[in-house]
Design a protein around this ligand. Structure first.
Ligand SMILES: Nc1ncnc2c1ncn2[C@@H]1O[C@H](COP(=O)(O)OP(=O)(O)OP(=O)(O)O)[C@@H](O)[C@H]1O
Length: 259
């Protein structure tokens, strides 16, 4: 069984069919890239997976479970975490507090134990703190734990978003343009982070316009154009697919050869 399977999902915005009967799967432990020109429907597909939008037709399965009608927080609890194209951090809170916000969605404590600070709740808080520090160390932000999130560089804010998503202990991590706004060194660090997550067995679904990063990091690519899937395959297959070259890669193909 695939970890994630989309079966002929469609989404219409008024007269625009933004996603048109798209099917693909993410297997356990794989890094899958969803690519295509601007407006191809990539972010809409992500929103359909994470419950931020409901499909007009088709089904999303996660570990064989139909996600239809599940609220976004329920989908996070099932093991799907995401980052957004535009950074959505608690800008005025510390780096550590931002990651703790991710940990809290895994905590069991109810209203009673939270109000009365029961030993169980204190244990959970300590565990959350340790987990947040572990995740921050993993992405290389532990030294910045007490800084205000909004003061971090853009690239570091993106890493913090990933840390917060990781703190929910996902089995599928969905990244929407994680290298957007990053400089070359930050992008290289991101590629190494993705590789380390992959080694740990995490499955990743990625939208990214940086073709070098996509070609280097992904096992499998799915290509959208005008809401439709026009190709899927390994990076090497996609790079030489004439339909894809025409639709998307175009003049960028030289650059990809360097990847
Ligand atoms: N909430 C919405 N209401 C109306 N139209 C929308 C909405 N969200 C997306 N669209 C339209 O749907 C199409 C697909 O948008 P989407 O953001 O999914 O594309 P994308 O492939 O992620 O693009 P980009 O690479 O530029 O982020 C676009 O034409 C967009 O304008």
């Amino acid at each position: 069984m695939s970890l994630l399977a989309l079966e002929r999902i469609s989404k219409r915005f008024g007269g625009l069919l933004a996603v048109d009967r798209v099917s693909f799967a993410v297997e356990e432990g794989r890094v899958v890239g969803l690519i295509g020109p601007n407006g191809a429907g990539k972010t809409t597909v992500f929103n359909l997976i994470t419950g931020n939008l409901r499909p007009d037709a088709g089904t999303v399965f996660f570990r064989g479970q139909n996600l239809h009608g599940q609220a976004p927080h329920r989908i996070v609890a099932l093991g799907i975490a995401r980052t957004f194209q535009s950074i959505r951090l608690f800008q005025g809170m510390s780096v550590l507090e931002n990651v703790l916000a991710g940990c809290h969605c895994r905590m069991q404590a109810g209203l009673f134990s939270s109000l009365f600070h029961t030993p169980g709740q204190r244990r959970e808080e300590r565990a959350a703190l340790a987990e947040a520090q572990r995740v921050l160390a993993f992405v290389g932000l532990l030294a910045a734990a007490n800084q205000v999130a909004g003061n971090l560089s853009y690239g570091k804010q993106r890493l913090l978003e990933i840390a917060r998503a990781l703190a929910t202990r996902p089995s599928l991590l969905i990244l929407d343009e994680p290298a957007g706004g990053m400089n070359e060194q930050e992008t290289a660090e991101l590629a190494s982070l993705i590789a380390r997550l992959r080694v740990q067995g995490l499955s990743i679904l990625l939208i990214e316009h940086d073709m070098r990063l996509v070609m280097r990091s992904c096992d499998h690519l799915v290509v959208l154009e005008y809401g439709r899937k026009i190709a899927e395959g390994t990076p090497a297959e996609i790079r030489s697919n004439p339909k894809v070259i025409e639709a998307y890669l175009g003049a960028d193909t030289d650059d990809d050869d360097a990847a």
